[in-house]
Design a protein around this ligand. Structure first.
Ligand SMILES: Cc1cc2nc3c(=O)[nH]c(=O)nc-3n(C[C@H](O)[C@H](O)[C@H](O)COP(=O)(O)OP(=O)(O)OC[C@H]3O[C@@H](n4cnc5c(N)ncnc54)[C@H](O)[C@@H]3O)c2cc1C
Length: 381
């Protein structure tokens, strides 16, 4: 392994790979990426792949829009399809408060030119007759939202990053971050040590560990999320948007000939547990049968668990740590790190190379948790 580099990226999910991709455009930076497993095998490969502009926080709307623009650019520039399925996202509100909140978000989204519609239950019923709308106040729909395959996107970006000279070391665990007189000086790995003045913490649910290696403590906590996919089930008219029943935290979308569904459990404690809980599967099926009774005859074929990395305000931590020169973060992305990964990689690479970025990172600074106030993201399932 090389003994020196200019930048070391710790973690080979979408955040690490995307940052490597964008940094690699700035030759002659020597970039190394360390991944203890294979690329995109952890959270990124387990993601549902949703991409939406329907956020409450303006910065999150902008990040999604930047990622969508990047997808177009990438496909044209490199001729590799990223297969974005533009099926739309439908958010459903049951409670009056939720509906009011949705309508307030719609105002924000429209200021950013998101073509979002606020729909009353009758209209929802007309467009998606398989939904039970009896207990709904309304919903919001954006036809430009959809989903893509996070593994494919990450591997496509990694392929180009490698071509541009990034040294990606898989099966290589980072065991220490060396700091000398308040500055990053190196990284210890299972393959040996490397001298490097800049590290990027992109270790997803394990980013708290990487922080602690440098004596830094971030409020990032792992929480299990479970996903269930049915056997082929063609009874629901396509295209099926990604449908989010916000008050029950249940969602579903099409997955080839099948249906993919999931639900967050508000009682879930923070842990690294990714086992599937059969009892919880029943709760998910119940939520499915309530919102789309037709799903009652679908059979579950496979399931998995993955980890959200959650901060107290459900927004990520992006940028330079003020306490250690050369230590950068792209961590704490909750349920939207796949869609924000490409945009964040670009912002972070600009910050590292130019020392500043046009994108306002204030809402994502690590200092907000001590300085406050917190204005986080409300649309998280
Ligand atoms: C079930 C589920 C559904 C989701 N759905 C969506 C969605 O619809 N849309 C969306 O945008 N997001 C979604 N997300 C969130 C999204 O998947 C994550 O925010 C995103 O993948 C995080 O990427 P990452 O690169 O930060 O982390 P990861 O993909 O976890 O990558 C971090 C990497 O760091 C490596 N690592 C850790 N420690 C070390 C070490 N010491 N040395 C070397 N390597 C190390 C790990 O092996 C891992 O590969 C979902 C997540 C889950 C779990």
């Amino acid at each position: 392994m090389k003994k020196t580099a200019d930048v070391a990226i710790l973690g080979g999910g979408i955040l690490g790979v995307s940052t490597a991709f964008f940094l690699a455009r700035h030759k002659p930076i020597r970039i190394v990426l360390f991944e203890r497993d294979g690329l995109a095998q952890a959270t990124t490969g387990l993601s549902v792949g949703g991409i939406r502009q329907q956020f409450s926080h303006p910065s999150n709307i902008l990040l999604s829009q930047n990622t969508l623009a990047f997808f177009e650019f990438f496909q044209k520039e490199y001729g590799i399809p990223l297969c974005f399925h533009k099926v739309g996202y439908l958010f459903l509100a049951q409670k009056e408060d939720t509906w009011r909140d949705f309508l307030s978000s719609v105002q924000t989204q429209k200021r950013y030119n998101v073509p979002v519609e606020a729909l009353l239950p009758d209209e929802i019923q007309r467009r998606w007759p398989y939904l039970n709308v009896a207990d709904l106040r309304g919903g919001t729909f954006c036809p430009e939202d959809g989903y893509a395959d996070p593994y494919e996107v990450t591997m496509a970006m990694a392929k180009i990053a490698r071509q541009k000279g990034v040294n990606i070391f898989e099966q290589t665990e980072v065991t220490g971050v060396l700091v000398d007189k308040g500055k990053v000086s190196g990284v210890q790995t299972s393959r040996g040590d490397i001298s490097v003045p800049i590290v990027i913490n992109a270790a997803g649910p394990w980013s708290g560990n990487i922080g602690r290696m440098a004596g830094l403590h971030y409020p990032v906590f792992p929480y299990r999320r479970q996903v269930f996919v049915t056997k082929a089930f063609q009874e629901v008219a396509k295209p099926i948007p990604l449908i989010l029943d916000f008050d029950s935290l249940f969602y579903f979308r099409e997955e080839g000939p099948a249906i993919l569904m999931g639900k967050s459990d508000p009682e879930e404690p923070s842990s690294f547990n990714v086992n599937v809980d059969r009892g919880f599967m029943e709760t998910v099926i119940e939520a499915a049968c309530h919102r789309a009774p037709i799903l009652g005859s679908a059979k579950i074929a496979k399931s998995w668990g993955g980890l959200y990395t959650i901060t107290p305000d459900e927004n990520p931590i992006i940028g330079a740590d003020p306490n250690i020169e050369g230590f950068y973060n792209a961590i704490g992305f909750s349920g939207h790190g796949f869609q924000h990964g490409p945009a964040v990689g670009q912002v972070l690479s600009d910050l590292i190379v130019h020392g500043s970025t046009a994108f306002d990172l204030t809402p994502f600074s690590s200092e907000r948790f001590t300085k406050g106030p917190l204005h986080g993201e409300k649309r998280v399932v």
